[in-house]
Design a protein around this ligand. Structure first.
Ligand SMILES: O=P(O)(O)O[C@H]1O[C@H](CO)[C@@H](O)[C@H]1O
Ligand SMILES: O=c1cc[nH]c(=O)[nH]1
Length: 265
């Protein structure tokens, strides 16, 4: 690919990443989270672009170049951002997200590290058959779990349910404008709970399927901001801490990987 070509949505080129370009990207749904990671956790960071809220930054974790990018909410938007990140040379993606717990033992403020995802996402079906597994990279995932352990942060390793909607798809009716849930979604949270699924979010499944198809590596860590075994609410006052933990775990994990493992050799 022409190193000066700027994929339309991320709006920066491989050449914009300099002479030692990052191989790893931290990907958040929320643009403010991306800005914060770049500003508060990386050194010498600078903004690369800010088109349609898909803001991106480059910075350094010690001497490792890191890209920070935004997926937006949901799989269609994520699929665009991820496709274009791969076009500019990204080889590893760690999603740093938020989620709702569907197991009583997974509490608000904890982090969930996805080993794989139940992928109930339309966008993913354009990329691979529905049966195609959505699995996280084992090495990145073990690095995340080890980092959480090192930092003494409560973490849970297991399967995530990635769905297309925050309200109907996650069985929210009381906080939704739509009180009518299709019959096939009624009781879905309890069914997933019994299947030992840990959490709900909206991007990991498609990211992990894309990783398999495109041959990059990916993992996902989410801070828990809702406890769906109790109610539908986002615990906004605890969100900052949950996200901070997820970011700290992700950065510590990257520190434990060698330059060869990250791809910067
Ligand atoms: O906090 P982010 O990364 O956006 O992740 C979660 O939050 C959004 C819903 O509030 C969805 O994108 C969901 O996956
Ligand atoms: O409950 C939640 C919280 C964050 N993100 C989701 O998709 N669901």
């Amino acid at each position: 690919m022409n190193p000066f070509a700027k994929p339309y949505h991320i709006n920066f080129s491989r050449a914009d990443l300099g002479t030692s370009p990052p191989a790893i990207a931290l990907l958040s749904g929320e643009p403010e989270r991306s800005a914060r990671i770049a500003r508060d956790y990386l050194q010498n960071s600078r903004q690369l672009s800010d088109y349609r809220g898909l803001n991106s930054y480059i910075g350094y974790l010690d001497s490792t170049p890191i890209l920070v990018a935004t997926s937006g909410m949901g799989a269609p938007s994520l699929s665009i951002a991820v496709n274009e990140l791969v076009q500019v040379g990204i080889e590893k993606i760690v999603r740093i997200g938020t989620c709702g717990s569907i197991q009583a033992r997974v509490r608000v403020g904890d982090v969930v590290i996805s080993t794989g995802a139940l992928c109930r996402q339309g966008a993913a079906n354009d990329i691979a058959p529905v049966e195609y597994p959505a699995v996280a990279d084992p090495f990145l995932t073990v690095a995340l779990a080890g980092a959480a352990r090192d930092l003494g942060i409560e973490y849970h390793l297991g399967i995530t349910a990635s769905v297309d909607t925050f309200y109907e798809g996650q069985e929210r009716t009381e906080s939704s404008a739509n009180p009518h849930l299709p019959r096939w979604l009624q009781g879905i949270t309890e069914e997933y709970r019994r299947l030992n699924i840990l959490n709900y979010e909206m991007e990991a499944g498609t990211l992990l399927k894309m990783a398999g198809v495109y041959s990059f590596t990916a993992a996902c860590i989410c801070g828990v901001v809702a406890r769906r075994t109790e109610n539908e609410a986002i615990e906004v006052e605890k969100k900052g801490e949950a996200i901070e933990r997820a970011i700290e775990v992700a950065l510590h994990a990257i520190r434990t990987l060698s330059a060869r493992e990250i791809g910067n050799t």
